[in-house]
Design a protein around this ligand. Structure first.
Ligand code: AMP
Ligand code: MG
Length: 318
């Protein structure tokens, strides 16, 4: 049921239920990190593999020491600058953080979300929440309560409605190699914004044998409609037959095969484009199109994060 009753959500979570919550990134499927059954339910609902660890959500930077053993000074700088907000830090964990949350790793991913509903909810709880995105594993992340309801229907007692997610893209994840920050996942906060605070950062190598960021699979965030990411949409659609939906950054196109087109930001604003990306993929995916063609975004700022998601959306199932 879609609801705006934060108190009821608190009661559900205390009972050990799973609640979908709004955050400024995407909607989450939230449960008490210390309740093993609740956490197992999250993995089951999402059909998420257990090797893929969850992010711990808490209400204040002052909570960090409860879960984390050691905070490098650059992590402190980033937390102070970006929390509450769309930055996740991966840090050495304390023993009280359950292994199920961290997939057995000795690090924990943690963030303080900015959405007022999420913060109020977290402040009303005596435990933090694990909250992966509220979508079946691999599919498009939800940015509105209706998206969550369409995925899970009555399997959830409450989808807490906080409107459309302001950022509409997952958090940026930063881990540490010793005391130096490493980018694990592109997201709502651009690399440039991070580097302005802590200097240049290393990018985690996806091909490493034991990747530090498990779960960064190449196919993810994917519509069920076949999706392509191309440099030049107008040239590409000339080569395609059938009913096509297109996603463009700031321009528009005219061609007989275009069934629907969505321009993400007429003013060329990457933040606006990011916030509308998943909503647009949800919309196009409902139309029974033969394919979706998306334009490659500029390779800087949030354009990099948008391209990362679109690249994963276009990967074929194995
Ligand atoms: P989400 O799918 O948005 O819930 O984000 C979870 C992602 O955070 C995982 O897929 C990992 O890539 C990353 N993550 C979570 N915990 C850890 C950890 N302890 N070490 C490294 N990456 C982590
Ligand atoms: Mg997710």
């Amino acid at each position: 049921m879609i609801s705006t009753d934060i108190n009821e959500a608190v009661q559900c979570l205390v009972r050990g239920d799973i609640v979908s919550i709004p955050t400024e990134t995407v909607y989450g499927l939230a449960g008490n990190i210390y309740d093993e059954n609740a956490i197992k339910k999250i993995f089951e609902l999402k059909k998420r593999p257990l090797f893929n660890p969850l992010i711990v959500h808490t209400h204040s930077i002052t909570e960090l020491d409860k879960f984390v053993d050691y905070t490098p000074s650059k992590a402190q700088i980033l937390a102070k600058k970006f929390w509450p907000g769309s930055l996740t830090l991966v840090l050495k964990k304390k023993n009280n953080v359950p292994d199920l949350i961290t997939a057995g790793k000795d690090t924990v991913a943690i963030r303080v979300p900015k959405h007022p509903v999420a913060l109020k909810l977290l402040e009303g709880l005596e435990f933090p929440l694990a909250a992966p995105s509220a979508n079946p594993f691999g599919s498009i992340s939800p940015t509105r309560a209706e998206h969550v309801h369409n995925y899970f229907g009555d399997q959830l007692s409450i989808v807490l409605d906080g409107g459309s997610c302001e950022n509409g893209l997952e958090s940026t994840i930063i881990g540490f190699n010793g005391d130096e920050p490493v980018l694990y996942r592109l997201g709502s906060i651009s690399i440039e914004e991070i580097e302005a605070e802590v200097g240049s950062i290393e990018i985690a190598n996806k091909k490493e044998k034991a990747p530090d960021a498990p779960g960064m699979l190449s196919r993810h965030y994917a519509p069920s409609t076949r999706t392509y990411l191309v440099d030049n949409v107008s040239e590409y659609i000339k080569t395609k037959a059938g009913r096509i939906g297109i996603i463009l950054f700031e321009s528009s196109e005219a061609h007989q095969n275009i069934q629907t087109q969505i321009t993400l930001s007429e003013t060329g604003n990457l933040k606006e484009a990011a916030s509308k990306l998943y909503e647009s993929l949800h919309q196009l995916d409902k139309l029974n199109l033969d394919c979706i063609v998306a334009e490659k975004f500029p390779d800087y700022g949030l354009g990099k994060s948008i391209n990362d998601r679109l690249e994963r959306a276009t990967k074929q199932k194995d």
